[in-house]
Design a protein around this ligand. Structure first.
Ligand SMILES: C[S@@+](CC[C@H](N)C(=O)[O-])C[C@H]1O[C@@H](n2cnc3c(N)ncnc32)[C@H](O)[C@@H]1O
Length: 235
C-alpha cells in the first residue's frame, strides 16, 4: 500500500473471500462467469441506462477481467479499468490489446486508494465489487467515487445486497446458492457460500443510506432476488 496512507487505513489489497489476486483465479474467471453472464448484453443494457455519448469518459472500478470495460470501450472516449488485482487487470489489458482498443486505460488501484489524476468523469460503474469492503469503508469508498465524478455525473452500482424485510433469509440464501449451482456449476456455488460467509454484502436499507450520505441522489433502485442495481446522480 502507498506509504502516504495512514496506518489505520483498511488494507483493500488484502482480499477477503475469493482470492482475485491469484493468477489461476483470474485465468478461470471468464470461463466460469460466462456460463451465466452475457458480458456484451449486460454491458449494452448498462450503456443504454446511462445514456451518455461517445465523448464521455467512464471509470469501471473493480473492473476485473474487463466484463464491462471491454464492451464499453466501443461507446466511450476513454474507459478507465481499475482493480486491486494485477492478475485480473492483466486479463483485461490482454483483451483490450487483442481487440485493438487503445482507449481502455488499465490501472491497479482500489476504492480507497485509486487516485484519478485526470478530469472528473461522466460516469462510474462498479459491478459485484463493493461487498469486498466492510460497511464503514463502503461509505468512504462511495465518497471517493463521488469525488471523481462531474457534478450531475452518474454512478451505476450493481452488487449482491440482502433484503431486510424477509421472514426467512436463511432459506433464501440456500435457494440462491442452489440456483447459482444449477446455472454455473459447483465451483460458483462454493464461491456463493464464501460470499455470504466471508465477504461484506449488506442490507438494502444500509446500502441506500450509504449512497445518500455519500452525496448521491438515488435515481433508481432495482432489486431482483439478491441482485441490486442503483443508478445514482452526484448531488
Ligand atoms: C466478482 S469480481 C467482479 C469483476 C468485474 N466487475 C465483473 O463484473 O466481472 C470482483 C473484483 O473486485 C476486485 N476488488 C476487490 N476489492 C476491491 C477494491 N477495494 N477496489 C477495487 N477492486 C476491488 C477484485 O480484484 C475482483 O476483480
Amino acid at each position: 500500500m502507498n506509504t502516504k496512507h495512514p496506518n489505520w487505513l483498511y488494507n483493500e489489497m488484502k482480499t477477503v473471500g475469493v482470492d482475485y489476486l491469484c493468477t489461476d483465479e483470474a485465468q478461470r474467471y471468464d470461463e466460469m462467469h460466462q456460463r451465466f453472464r452475457d458480458y456484451e448484453e449486460i454491458s449494452r443494457s448498462i450503456i443504454d441506462s446511462l445514456g451518455i455519448g461517445p465523448e464521455s469518459t467512464v471509470i469501471d472500478i473493480g473492473a476485473g477481467t474487463g466484463a464491462f470495460a471491454i464492451a464499453a470501450a466501443k461507446y466511450y472516449k476513454y474507459v478507465y479499468a481499475v482493480d486491486i488485482s494485477e492478475a485480473m487487470i492483466d486479463q483485461c489489458r490482454q483483451k483490450a490489446n487483442a481487440a485493438g482498443l487503445d482507449n481502455v486505460i488499465c490501472q491497479v488501484g482500489g476504492f480507497l486508494t485509486y487516485e484519478h489524476d485526470s478530469d472528473p468523469v461522466d460516469a462510474i460503474i462498479s459491478l459485484i465489487v463493493l461487498h469486498h469492503l466492510p460497511d464503514f469503508w463502503k461509505l468512504e469508498a462511495l465518497k471517493r467515487i463521488a469525488g471523481m465524478l462531474k457534478s450531475g455525473g452518474q454512478f451505476l452500482l450493481f452488487d449482491i445486497v440482502l433484503p431486510s424485510e424477509t421472514s426467512d433469509l436463511g432459506t433464501q440464501i440456500d435457494d440462491w446458492i442452489k440456483t447459482i449451482g444449477k446455472l454455473a456449476g459447483p465451483e460458483l456455488a462454493a464461491e456463493a457460500e464464501i460470499h455470504i460467509r466471508d465477504e461484506y454484502s449488506t442490507y438494502d436499507w444500509i446500502m441506500e443510506g450509504l449512497l445518500v450520505r455519500a452525496g448521491f441522489t438515488i435515481d433508481s433502485a432495482e432489486y431482483n432476488e439478491f441482485n441490486a442495481t442503483y443508478i445514482c446522480i452526484k448531488g
